[in-house]
Ligand binder design. Structure first.
Ligand code: TYM
Length: 334
């Protein structure tokens, strides 16, 4: 089967280890897979503005996300690297899809409720966002992002699964009403699909909190955060998400970064302390981040290269997008 891939991240804070392990790591693997015919990776700036943000620093956030993608290994020779707002077909397709998206489908999504709670906790400015249409219609734009490129595989963390289900429901409804146009979309979820907060391992690691390891953290920040990470009662380094959510999360991070299985790690640390385990994990994370940060610094020092990559990618993306959108227009009788 020919695979067409789309994925994106909101430029609304520093990317963290969860974003890398849950998504970007798989983007890199998939861009090299033999069946892959097309990859589009986006900074989804139009999604990021659905929660309060500062226009003065927003472009820097967008640039930061794009630098993270490139430094992590997104290869502009194989993949298109775009800013969502620079391909206006995303928003047009969103409108067209919104004409067949029942409000009840959107209200049902857990992500919407979480977003409403999140903005409610963001002071007066946040509270003024809580009833906005875009918080509710957010997943229709996400469906448009994916369907615009007829993507059939979306590498994401598991928190995004309800959005993929909605994408398929809307796509199937379109096909039923207007004729076969959109493919079925499969999520690509791998180990590390849900990296939890280091402070509260019952919550996922997030961009907004300072509970995560940012890809730009210094070695000392990483060591400090892992040292302070919540562990569980007991002293064995064993995987048990219910009884030992803290250690289990650290084992997942260790395993996905080192390539060792959780079983191997359990054996390596049998009879050793949490402190030994955390100390080694910190060095694995520091060792992973060092070459990433080196590449990132080189890319950041050369803004012309990023600008060229974006210009070329966005031009190609607009061509694919306008061809697919023309097909949608024809199907809808526009
Ligand atoms: P966003 O920006 O919240 O997160 C970007 C990606 O990182 C994954 N992720 C995690 N994975 C593991 N553990 C975590 N703690 C963790 N936190 C985040 C997310 O699952 C996601 O894959 N709605 C999307 C952005 C989006 C999109 C799209 C994604 C817009 N259009 C089209 C895919 C396809 C979002 O807010 O992701």
């Amino acid at each position: 089967m020919t695979t067409r891939i789309f994925s994106g991240m909101r430029p609304s804070g520093k990317l963290h280890l969860g974003n890398y392990l849950g998504a970007i790591k798989n983007w890199i693997a998939l861009q090299d897979a033999p069946d892959t015919a097309q990859c589009v990776f986006a900074a989804v700036d139009l999604h990021a503005i659905t929660t309060p943000y500062d226009p003065a620093t927003f472009q820097q956030n967008v640039t930061n996300v794009l630098l993270d993608y490139l430094a992590a290994g997104v290869d502009p020779k194989k993949s298109l690297l775009i800013r969502q707002s620079r391909v206006p077909q995303h928003t047009e397709l969103m409108w067209l899809l919104s004409t067949i998206s029942p409000v009840g489908w959107l209200e049902r999504l857990p992500n919407w409720r979480e977003k409403v709670e999140q903005v409610q906790s963001m002071g007066d400015r946040g509270a003024s966002y809580q009833n906005n249409l875009s918080l509710l219609s957010y997943p229709v734009l996400m469906a448009a992002d994916i369907l615009l490129y007829k993507a059939n595989l979306v590498p994401i963390g598991d928190d995004q699964l309800p959005h993929i289900e909605l994408t398929n429901e809307v796509g199937a409804k379109f096909n039923h009403l207007f004729g076969d146009t959109f493919p079925n979309v499969k999520p690509f979820i791998a180990a590390g699909a849900r990296i939890m907060s280091l402070q509260d391992p019952t919550k996922k690691m997030s961009k907004t909190g300072d509970d995560g390891i940012a890809l730009t953290d210094t070695p000392d920040e990483v060591r400090g955060k892992i040292k302070r990470a919540t562990t569980d009662s007991g002293r064995e380094v064993t995987f048990d998400e219910t009884a030992k959510p803290g250690i289990s999360n650290l084992l997942t991070i260790f395993s996905t970064l080192s390539g060792k299985t959780v079983g191997e790690l359990e054996r390596d640390y049998a009879g050793k302390s949490y402190g030994d385990f955390k100390g080694d994990l910190a060095e694995v994370v520091v060792g992973f981040l060092a070459p990433f940060q080196q590449r990132r610094a080189e890319l950041a020092a050369d803004p012309a290269t990023l600008a060229r990559i974006l210009t070329e990618s966005e031009e190609k993306a607009r061509i694919i997008a306008s061809e697919n959108l023309a097909e949608v227009h024809r199907a809808m009788g526009l």
